[in-house]
Design a protein around this ligand. Structure first.
Ligand code: G3H
Ligand code: 13P
Ligand code: ZN
Length: 309
């Protein structure tokens, strides 16, 4: 069932759990996620980045997600644009069936971010689509934008309150120490998120918060990739206990992309190594799909969204 996130978020905040927002790029990822959600009876956000649109094409992705809504009709599904970079992209998605859109003005100065975000909110709300804004700057790589280590900027609670009041956004992505990609915290240090800040922001804005860069960089995937010939540098992601804690501090949406990529890569490498004679692509893509399902089921347990449909 296709829906917006309004009711799901209300329930998530009231019952202190979060919804997984998984990045989708192809059929197998969508199938794996949806099978995981069906097994766990969890609502879900399927999100599409600019990179995904470039890879698969907006129409293919939309049709795949519509297929998911038909086949998994018992699951509330939000179609979400991840990191919408300008008004035109957001408008196109709002006009073409997305139920939720992120306008990412975090690269702009405060006033410019407000003006752009408000313009998108006004357009979206008139059409019943909800908007996620972003304030603060995450480190790491997303699409072609790279924010170097040390150049991120944590979200300020008072500024967040002003941002939400002036834009009317429905949810807010915050920077509290997470970062995009597979290299979040070096080995040997204790990964820390600023939960005190998170609580203050939640209190100040009174809307659901969103945690980007929230993959845990699951070690079993990295080990498996490297044991089958890969060369992924080992590092730490966001610990699962921190994700659970975030759900207690006003976070209702948790973005996961890297763990999908790692899980699929591990499964493909293992399958190709174990069956060197195989050239039926369905065998290794099927293994990747199964890995996504298993990983999503595990995430749903961490997020607390099982049985919340
Ligand atoms: O936040 C960004 C996501 O991980 C999407 O990455 O643009 O490479 O699809 P992508
Ligand atoms: P990860 O790179 O931690 O999976 O974050 C994904 C994300 O924030 C997508 O918007
Ligand atoms: Zn993100």
């Amino acid at each position: 069932m296709l829906t917006t996130s309004t009711q799901i978020f209300q329930k998530a905040l009231a019952e202190k759990f979060a919804i997984g927002a998984f990045n989708v790029n192809n059929l197998e990822i969508i199938q794996g996620i949806m099978e995981g959600c069906r097994a766990k009876k969890s609502p879900v956000i399927l999100q599409v980045s600019a990179g995904a649109r470039k890879y698969a094409g907006a129409i293919f992705l939309r049709k795949l997600m519509e297929g998911a809504a038909d086949i998994y009709s018992e699951i509330p599904i939000v179609f979400h644009l991840d990191h919408g970079e300008d008004f035109e992209i957001c408008k196109e998605c709002i006009d073409h069936g997305f139920t939720s859109v992120m306008i990412d003005g975090s690269k702009f100065e405060f006033a410019e971010n407000i003006a752009l975000t408000k313009k998108v909110v006004d357009y979206a709300h008139a059409k019943g689509v909800v908007i996620e804004g972003e304030l603060g700057k995450l480190e790491g790589m997303e699409d072609d934008v790279v924010v170097a280590r040390g150049e991120g900027k944590y979200t300020d609670p008072a500024q967040a309150a002003e941002f939400v009041a002036k834009t009317g956004v429905d949810s807010l992505a915050v920077a509290i120490g997470t970062s995009h990609g597979a290299y979040k915290f070096p080995l040997g240090i204790e990964p820390k998120l600023d939960f005190e800040r998170c609580r203050k922001i939640a209190e100040a804005v009174k809307i659901p918060l969103v945690l980007h860069g929230a993959s845990s960089v699951l070690q079993n995937f990295v080990t498996e990739i490297n044991s089958f010939g890969g060369k992924v540098e080992n590092s730490q992601g966001v610990p699962e206990a921190a994700i659970t804690e975030a759900t207690q501090c006003g976070v209702a949406k948790v973005n996961i992309d890297t763990d999908i990529r790692l899980g699929m890569t591990a499964a493909v490498r293992k399958n190709l190594a174990e069956f060197p004679e195989n050239f039926d692509v369905r065998k290794f893509l099927g293994a990747a799909r199964d890995a996504v399902q298993k990983m999503v089921e595990h995430k749903i347990d961490i997020l607390g969204s099982a049985g919340k449909i």
